[in-house]
Each structure stands twice: as structure tokens, then as C-alpha cells.
Design a protein around this ligand. Structure first.
Ligand code: CU
Length: 254
């Protein structure tokens, strides 16, 4: 078993299949921003390749630590959790069960882990790095093993420790309406927009309450009008009572 694993040069399930049915127009972005000890910022944009064949990656990142590269980067199997811990992203996206023990031979990319982007296309280097390439084996079609839209990407230091990580997020919908730079803006402002309406209802309720409150006093003031009208009656009654008493007293005295 060990010998088989040691000599393994492709996945236990065979070579990776080229993806030819990536949804046209599908775009996902992985955005990096400084966090903790990482100063990495920028993004990797992934979009379906021409005619749905393969996935086009456009890498543009900065803030890489000087002289600490080359920086491997991979599609990892699990998303980054809320606490941002890169170790929770588990291992590379590897639907063909190849493993990472044997380095990828970039002349035979079909034998590499699907998620081993740097192994197939070169590692990041320098403090800023930009590159674009098409990976024939990654997928933006949800539901298959090579799909990475619900997963993460991790940038490593030369010693393979995890420098930075972030999740892929779909921009397809935004791009259908307004492609390019305006795509990220609606997406990034969407959470605030969603939260604002949640906070808005209370003010609306409050603003509608004053009218009700102001109408109550008028109703409250109305009864006093009737009460006031009743008071004269009571006074009149009282006058009659007092008058009757006086008459009775006079009758007794007389
Ligand atoms: Cu990795």
C-alpha cells in the first residue's frame, strides 16, 4: 500500500477530467483584506472559460511578505469559518483523491490535485503579484466534486504554513446586470442594505405611534367636554337639592 501511494502520480480515481460545461457568465471572486498578521489584499476572480471550457482565473494580490515566497495557493476543500481560521479549510480540493505528498508535475496537470493552482500554474512571488490563466479541471458548475464556488482559497508561505485565506463568493447575478467593477459593489453593500430595513421598521412604528398618541389626547379631551357638560347638570341638580333643603328648612321654621 505504501509503495503504491509513494509511486502514485495521479488520483486514485484517475486523471482529472477537463470541465466543459461551466455555466456561461458564472463569476466568483475571492477577496483578500488585511487580517491578523496577514497584510494580503486584493482578489482572485474566477470565471467560466470560453464556451464553458475550464475556468479562467485572474489573480491580483499585494501585501505579500517580502522574501517569504514563493507563495503556493490552492483551492481548499472547506470554506473559511466565521472565526477566519485558515486551518479549518482542510486540505486541497482533491476530488480524484491524489493527495499532496507527490509534487504536482505541471507538464501533466490532469494528474495534479484539482485545487493545486500554484502546482499547475506557478506560485505567487514578490510583494505584489498578478497573473491570469485557465485551469481546465476546476469547475464553476455546482454539484460536482471539482466545483469550488462554495469553498475557499488559501495562500501559503514558502514553508507551507497558511498566510491568508478567504471564501469564494458568486458574482454571476451582479455581472448579469452590470458586469465589471459595479459587480462587487452591489454584493458588498447587500448586507448593509439587508440590515438597514431591519432597523428601519422600529422608526416607522415610532413615527406612526405619535399620530396615534396625538389622536388619543383629542379623544381624551372629548370626554372632559361631556364631563364638563355634565357638571353644570350636576350643579343644577345640586342647586335644586340645596333649594329643596332650604325650602324644607323654611317649612320647618315656619
Ligand atoms: Cu493550500
Amino acid at each position: 500500500m505504501a509503495a503504491v501511494a509513494f509511486g502514485q502520480t495521479t488520483g486514485k480515481l484517475g486523471d482529472a477530467a477537463e470541465t466543459t460545461d461551466n455555466p456561461l457568465g458564472a463569476v466568483y471572486v475571492a477577496s483578500f483584506s488585511p487580517k491578523g498578521s496577514s497584510k494580503v489584499s486584493g482578489s482572485i476572480v474566477a470565471s467560466s472559460g470560453p464556451d464553458g471550457e475550464g475556468v479562467h482565473f485572474s489573480v491580483s494580490v499585494s501585501g505579500l511578505p517580502a522574501d517569504s515566497g514563493p507563495f503556493g495557493f490552492h483551492l481548499h476543500a472547506a470554506p473559511v469559518p466565521a472565526d477566519g481560521g485558515c486551518n479549518a479549510t482542510l486540505a486541497h480540493l482533491d476530488p480524484y483523491i491524489r493527495g499532496a505528498d507527490t509534487p504536482c508535475d505541471k507538464t501533466k496537470p490532469e494528474t495534479c490535485e484539482v485545487g493545486d493552482l500554484s502546482g499547475k500554474h506557478g506560485a505567487l512571488s514578490g510583494e505584489s503579484y498578478s497573473a491570469s490563466f485557465i485551469d481546465k479541471y476546476a469547475s464553476l458548475k455546482p454539484g460536482i466534486g471539482a466545483f469550488f464556488g462554495n469553498r475557499s482559497v488559501v495562500i501559503h508561505l514558502a514553508d507551507k504554513s497558511r498566510l491568508a485565506c478567504t471564501n469564494w463568493k458568486p458574482l454571476s447575478d451582479a455581472c448579469d446586470v452590470a458586469p465589471g467593477p459595479s459587480g462587487p459593489k452591489p454584493n458588498s453593500t447587500a448586507p448593509p442594505d439587508t440590515s438597514i430595513p431591519i432597523y428601519t421598521p422600529p422608526p416607522v412604528v415610532n413615527s406612526s405611534t405619535p399620530p396615534r398618541t396625538s389622536s388619543l389626547p383629542s379623544r381624551t379631551s372629548s370626554p372632559p367636554v361631556f364631563t364638563g357638560a355634565a357638571v353644570p347638570n350636576a350643579v343644577n341638580d345640586g342647586v335644586w337639592v340645596v333649594g329643596s333643603a332650604l325650602m324644607a328648612a323654611l317649612t320647618f321654621f315656619l
